[in-house]
Design a protein around this ligand. Structure first.
Ligand code: GDP
Ligand code: MG
Length: 691
């Protein structure tokens, strides 16, 4: 069994190569910080070769949890070879990591990726020259197009199989630094893995906290480091970094010829990231995406399905007549038709909308546009004391909140990370789309603005929450700098868009077949049985059912929001299992949801369910990432309170405007709005300067 680790900078194409090599279907996103955990898979056709996809790293000095994952994997899991993926459009920064990987003591194979873009820009990279400089084999590949991938993998397997001890390190530091590293190396205890000695010595020289913790302090080392620092008039970490960069710059001059053309990407960016145009373009694009997927394109497809498959004359009718013919017990017929088919069918009706949405989102992500959004948002966020880094989890969260919350790991600053975890699920995920679509079509006659408004309410909630949380003592502090490099634009391949879309759609369908199926049975049972006339049994009218009893128990809290019915309360409650289930519940309980809502109360219901606590899967992701029960409780309470206040304010004010008169509700709404405005505009908390 041999193990090959894929290592490289964020967004250089590791996961895409991993998918190509192993046939798996991991999330590929065109921005940094998508992969946050090590993933292993078997090489296609070679069952004894394990390939590991690691989170992207810029160096072996980790700052964030996912960078620590990568480094630990490389050093402690002892892969037999490291396949170093290098973004060919950004050699300088990528090779910085390569110099460090070469020091670990494991054979390195270099793969210069994105060679398609390099060639399109007219640049030439001399991989043989690079190979000589770094002392390892070097291939030019394109993970996207498949160029050179097979050859490169073959060589990597060969090297991993014949892994013979420590490969020589070709690049070296100045004599002074080298001798310090040798000195430290000699001090390392005998048990230390021979392979990694140079790596550990360099890290100790850099005073790497984690490595120093492992080895304890050696006498003399600190004074030695201080001497070297004095000589260069710099701290040890910078000395090392500086010398690495000098070395790389000298190599690159020999290894690459630039054509001097302005790359196409820069031309597109001059419009798309333009100071005045960027936000309107973004708004327009997202408006288009939601409008098309919910109302027009996706909506019409969904109607077709509704009419022919899950409608009156479709599956329910066929199933019912079949079950009657075979003289199935009436309760079982009811369970199958009114419970399972109605609930699961209601959720599956929205598959076309999900597909259309994900095609657009995958395209926007993969071509490189979405990472511009983080960059554009950074400028806007910064004005409010937030960093654009928080936007990446939000982008991931438009697919599903769980990976969205997980990708907050890339945020170093604890306050910013917590704030991002709290707000990420405000963005409508795929599972919330059916709820939006249902309200938009059943209560608003597919009005053009309903679906896009859900997205913008999500964004506005994130921005407002960011502002008001940042002003509290809990989250005060400096905004950390955000350096985002923009990947080159490229035309996504049909295959990669189809894969990403299918992956997300399939997980939606799978949920319909599992959680939703179970929940529908439960909802059917609880809505059919109840206590009536002193005994438990099937009830004539749903209002006497157990479900109604449960709903009635909590519905009072929702009266100020306009949807204080037992049905809506139950739907909200079950939405915590999975947001699609809201649609499933209505499928079982209503023939037409117009029976239970007015347009206004429906919209208020929508806002509340978009913003309140997410589903259990996302809540447990919050719990994992916060790593604290207290913070998890804070996050979930904040989300619920924020959702409640927003829905209440929108509902009551709209009611007043549409002639509902001044009521207690209106006054409550005005109070909430006043407090909200105060919290948005008050002075931020400043820690008192300590004396
Ligand atoms: P990771 O962060 O290193 O795992 O990178 P991903 O595999 O998620 O890929 C990042 C982005 O680069 C995606 O949008 C890919 O489509 C794109 N990409 C990966 N390899 C290539 C390539 O060879 N050529 C081009 N043009 N794009 C690529
Ligand atoms: Mg990745």
């Amino acid at each position: 069994m041999v193990k090959i680790a894929l290592a490289g900078n964020p967004n250089c194409g590791k996961t895409m190569l991993f998918n190509a090599l192993t046939g798996s279907n991991q999330y590929v996103g065109n921005w940094a910080g998508v992969t946050v955990e090590a993933k292993e898979g078997r090489l296609k056709g070679e069952s004894d070769v394990v390939i590991a996809d690691l989170p992207g790293i810029y160096s072996l000095s980790p700052y964030t949890p996912e960078e620590i994952v990568s480094r630990n994997y490389l050093v402690n899991e002892e892969p037999d070879a490291i396949l170093n993926i290098i973004d060919g459009t950004n050699l300088e920064r990528n090779l910085y990591l390569t110099t460090q990987l070469c020091e670990i003591g494991i054979p390195v194979i270099m793969a210069i990726n994105m060679i398609d873009i390099v060639r399109k820009n007219g640049d030439v990279i001399n991989s043989e020259e690079i190979s000589e400089h770094f002392g390892c084999v070097c291939f030019e590949i394109s993970a996207l197009k498949g160029t050179g991938v097979k050859k490169c993998a073959k060589k990597a397997v060969e090297l991993a199989r014949n892994n013979k001890g420590v490969p020589p390190v070709h690049h070296s530091f100045d004599d002074r630094v080298e001798s310090a590293i040798h000195f430290i190396s000699a001090l390392l205890p005998d048990g230390t893995d021979m392979l990694h000695k140079r790596y550990y010595a360099t890290k100790i020289f850099e005073r790497d906290r984690l490595v120093v913790e492992d080895f304890g302090n050696f006498n003399d080392v600190e004074s030695l480091i201080k001497d070297v620092e004095k000589y260069y008039d710099d701290d040890s970490e910078s000395i090392i970094a500086d010398q690495r960069y000098k070395y790389i710059t000298s190599c690159i001059d020999e290894c690459r010829t630039k054509s001097g053309k302005t790359p196409v990407s820069e031309k597109i960016d001059s419009i798309v990231t333009n100071k005045y145009l960027s936000l309107p373009i973004f708004a327009l694009i997202m408006f288009g995406v939601y409008y098309l997927s919910v109302s027009t394109l996706g909506g019409s497809l969904a109607e077709l399905i509704e009419a022919h498959i899950f409608g009156e004359n479709g599956i329910p009718f066929i199933a019912e007549s079949f079950l009657n013919k075979v003289a199935c017990a009436p309760w079982l017929t009811s369970l199958i038709v009114d419970g399972i088919i109605a609930g699961v069918g209601a959720v599956l009706t929205f598959v076309p909308q999900i597909i259309v949405l994900f095609i657009f989102l995958s395209f926007l992500e993969d071509c490189g546009y979405m990472s511009r959004i983080a960059f554009i948002m950074d400028k806007l966020f910064r004005k409010f004391g937030l960093s654009g880094k928080s936007f990446i989890p939000i982008l991931v969260g438009t697919g599903c909140g769980v990976p969205g919350i997980m990708s907050s790991r890339t945020i170093e600053n604890v306050n910013e990370r917590r704030m991002t975890i709290i707000t990420t699920t405000f963005i409508p995920c795929g599972a919330k789309l059916p709820v939006i679509a249902l309200i938009a079509s059943a209560l608003f006659g597919k009005a053009w603005w309903v679906a896009p408004s859900a997205y913008f309410i999500g964004i506005a909630s994130i921005i407002c929450s960011g502002i008001l949380l940042k002003k509290t003592k809990l989250f005060s502090g400096e905004v950390s700098p955000f350096v985002m490099e923009l990947p080159s634009y490229h035309m996504p391949t049909l295959k990669s868009v189809a894969r990403a879309t299918w992956d997300r759609t399939w997980s939606y369908i799978k949920k319909a077949g599992t959680i939703i199926l179970l929940a529908s049975c439960g909802v059917w049972f609880l809505s059919t049985f109840g206590f009536y006339g002193g005994k438990f049994g099937m009830v004539q009218h749903m209002d006497h059912s157990v479900l109604a009893y449960i709903g009635n128990f909590i519905r009072d809290i929702f009266i100020p929001l306009g949807f204080g019915t037992w049905q809506a309360s139950v739907a909200t409650l079950l939405g915590l299992a999975a947001k699609e289930e809201i649609v499933g519940v209505f499928g079982v309980l209503y023939d037409n949801i117009g029976e239970g809502f007015t347009a206004l109360s429906g919209y208020s219901f929508l806002i509340f369910n978009l913003l309140c606590a997410p589903c259990v899967a996302a809540m447990s992701a919050i719990r994992r990432e916060m790593n604290s029960v207290k913070w998890t409780a804070f996050a979930i309470s904040y989300q619920c309170i924020f959702a409640y206040c927003t829905s209440l304010a929108v509902y009551q004010i709209a009611l007043f405007i549409t002639g509902g008169g001044m009521t207690m509700g209106t006054i409550a709404a005005l109070i909430i709005i006043t407090i909200f405005i105060f919290m948005l505009f008050r002075k931020p908390y400043k820690a008192k300067a300590s004396k």
